[in-house]
Write a protein that binds this ligand. Structure first.
Ligand SMILES: [Zn+2]
Ligand SMILES: [Zn+2]
Ligand SMILES: [Zn+2]
Length: 314
């Protein structure tokens, strides 16, 4: 019989916790079982039911119930932690810490900078490419932007808990209603209170020119139901008051305006990508995240708008 060499007043640091050593013998058949399973017994800890196992592979300590050692394969906590870090890296994340309230979950930093709480099994699947990981915060921002583009404000989940629905407020009339994410993307739904159908309401594509604080002019191509108010209230911040509406082409519906506008951005991107102005040049000056071009794009944009106006008039 091997005597526990440590005394009752000793403690062992296991997984960032100081565990008190439990006095008493370590039985030979326990040690034999530990060695079969890739461990040695460092000490008995906490009470008569627990052991501190030392991993043969990494030398790290794990607190395990005696019954787990005798009946199952114990898991080395430091080895598992190292595996979680490596799996997270393979899935494009940085492992931050485990969730102390649930041993199946951990906290991760995503590449966008947001923190995610995810199940280890899911990170495993993502590291093999079997599952896509998405950031809830970024997704929420995307949903909010889509709603804002159609004149609605995202309030939260559907009160009836339907998965593909979200609850929104109509900016124009203040009514609240649930709408599917798909319908909010296309705008093909009507407000139950005022009856407005965004995609069916008239809209317009506009071309604006701005002078940035660095003195250089840029142009913006976009769509809005009211380009003049968009110029005055939404796009310009306090730092620039030099915006000018160059051109407006009216379209019968918001859906048609959105479709035509997206087609034009694709044409510009494919034909003259060098005219796309990097966001850092206008951040804080114009309240948009893209769709800003150098004046070199004016010739192509004018042609595209002419073509659109001609098609509408035909
Ligand atoms: Zn280990
Ligand atoms: Zn994010
Ligand atoms: Zn309404």
């Amino acid at each position: 019989m091997t005597l526990n060499k440590l005394t009752q007043t000793d403690t062992l640091m296991i997984d960032d916790r100081n565990e008190p050593v439990f006095p008493g013998a370590i039985l030979p058949h326990w040690s034999a079982m530990a060695s079969q399973k890739g461990f040695s017994i460092a000490a008995r800890v906490v009470d008569r039911l627990h052991l501190a196992l030392r991993c043969d592979a990494c030398g790290g300590l794990t607190k395990t119930r005696l019954s787990v050692l005798m009946n199952y394969q114990p898991t080395c906590a430091p080895c598992l932690h190292a595996k979680h870090i490596a799996t997270a890296a393979a899935a494009g994340l940085t492992m931050l810490r485990r969730d102390p309230s649930n041993r199946h979950y951990g906290y991760y930093a995503a590449s966008c900078g947001h923190e995610l709480r995810r199940q280890f099994a899911l990170i495993d699947q993502a590291s093999r490419g079997d599952k896509a990981l998405r950031c809830d915060t970024c997704l929420q921002t995307k949903h909010m932007a889509k709603a804002a583009a159609h004149g609605w404000t995202l309030l939260g989940c559907d009160p009836d808990k339907r998965v593909n629905y979200r609850h929104y407020c109509h900016d124009a009339c203040g009514a609240e209603q649930s709408v599917t994410l798909g319908n909010m993307t296309t705008g093909r739904f009507a407000c139950a209170q005022c009856g407005e159908v965004w995609s069916a309401a008239p809209s317009a594509i506009y071309l604006m020119r701005f002078q940035l604080v660095d003195g250089r002019p840029v142009v913006k191509l976009g769509f809005s139901r009211n380009p003049a108010s968009r110029l005055n209230h939404q796009l310009q911040s306090g730092r620039t008051r030099t915006g000018e509406l160059l051109r407006v082409v009216h379209l019968p519906t918001g859906a048609a305006a959105l479709h035509a506008e997206q087609g034009m951005h694709q044409r510009i991107k494919a034909t003259i990508p060098c005219t796309i102005v990097p966001q850092e040049r206008y951040v804080g000056q114009i309240k948009v995240k893209s769709e800003i071009y150098t004046p070199d794009a004016l010739a192509l944009i004018t042609t595209l708008l002419d073509d659109l106006a001609a098609r509408l008039a035909a």
